[in-house]
Design a protein around this ligand. Structure first.
Ligand SMILES: Cc1cc2nc3c(=O)[nH]c(=O)nc-3n(C[C@H](O)[C@H](O)[C@H](O)COP(=O)(O)OP(=O)(O)OC[C@H]3O[C@@H](n4cnc5c(N)ncnc54)[C@H](O)[C@@H]3O)c2cc1C
Length: 295
């Protein structure tokens, strides 16, 4: 296991905000992944599993950050008119979207436009345009926090809106997706969605996507906009002019600034509408002195 110390984190996230990790590692196989879990437990320090950092904003981590980006690979097989796609957790979602376009596979391409890893997408139950990744999951292979390799079938896993039992239950190591072929003109729909995203979201800015989850029957972006915070800026961080639920790092924004602006939005929205906004982004920091846990 290759360990680095005092590793800078911000380049590992799409919003480019972050301090340092006391320990950092990039396992390239299952054994190394297990070793990193064991290391954090032996040292009694917190652990954070990182995918592509597109939903994560870091402060300082006195524990261990485990980056899954070397755990990549896709294996495809056909079974009973279905296409089964096995992918390792660090595989970019984009690679599977490309595959689904090439092979004319139904609906998966709707998850285009966000820079997720497969493991991060499953952990977040990422979704867009009427689909969620859990719609396609057949099986999830994971390493439990006891260090055991385990497997769960889709029907044994409780997914909900932007939520799954992972990483609480363990590190997703491999996912099997079940996709169906289609005769529909998926390329046309893919381009339609891609244009919509370009038009409505600040996809070329430094951002983590949606800051807050949509409250039931409402939209976080709409509430932030109606509370007068669309385009609101606090020093180096601000809510996008294009989509009020997207935070943009306009310079060298700090974790502290992120936390402050999030608090301002929560307070303002609660005051105006009596609605508690709940973060979708993971704000991750720790003191490291409180023993082993999953961040
Ligand atoms: C421009 C933009 C647009 C976006 N649009 C959308 C959208 O339309 N829909 C949507 O759902 N999201 C969207 N997002 C948010 C984000 O891309 C998704 O949440 C994505 O699934 C996060 O994947 P990641 O690999 O970057 O995860 P990370 O940010 O690295 O991690 C997120 C969470 O997953 C956990 N995790 C990561 N890998 C594993 C693993 N192997 N095992 C267990 N837990 C793991 C982490 O510990 C953390 O809790 C957008 C983001 C951006 C920047």
């Amino acid at each position: 296991m290759h360990l680095k110390e005092d590793f800078p984190l911000k380049e590992l996230t799409t919003i480019r905000v972050g301090g340092t990790a006391k320990f950092y590692t990039e396992p390239s196989n299952l054994e190394e992944l297990k070793n990193s879990i064991e290391f954090s437990q032996k040292m009694d320090i917190p652990l954070f599993i990182l995918g592509k950092g597109s939903n994560t904003i870091f402060g300082n981590i006195r524990g261990l950050v485990v980056n899954t980006r070397r755990l990549k690979g896709i294996y495809v097989r056909e079974k009973d008119n279905e296409v089964l796609v096995e992918c390792l957790c660090g595989t970019p979602l984009r690679d599977i979207i490309r595959l689904s376009l090439k092979e004319k596979l139904k609906d998966f391409y709707k998850l285009l436009g966000f820079p997720a890893s497969v493991g991060g997408a499953v952990a977040m139950n990422a979704g867009a345009f009427g689909v969620e990744i859990s719609d396609f999951v057949k099986e999830v292979y994971f390493i439990s926090w006891e260090g055991e390799p385990e497997k769960l079938k889709r029907e044994e896993i409780t997914f909900s809106y932007r939520n799954s039992p992972f990483p609480k239950m363990g590190v997703v190591y491999k996912v099997v997706l079940r996709l169906k072929r289609t005769e529909e003109n998926i390329m046309e729909d893919y381009l339609r969605i891609r244009n919509l995203r370009r038009e409505k979201q600040p996809i070329n800015e430094l951002t983590s996507g949606s800051t807050f989850k949509n409250p039931k029957g409402n939209y976080a972006g709409k509430l932030i906009e109606e509370a007068g915070l669309k385009g609101f800026r606090l020093r180096n961080i601000g809510f996008s002019e294009k989509h009020a639920n997207f935070l943009i790092n306009y310079g060298n924004a700090s974790f502290q600034e992120v936390k402050e602006i999030i608090e301002i939005a929560k307070e303002k929205v609660f005051k105006e509408f009596g609605i508690n906004l709940v973060e979708e982004v993971k704000l991750v920091e720790d003191s490291g002195f409180n023993g082993w846990k999953v961040l």
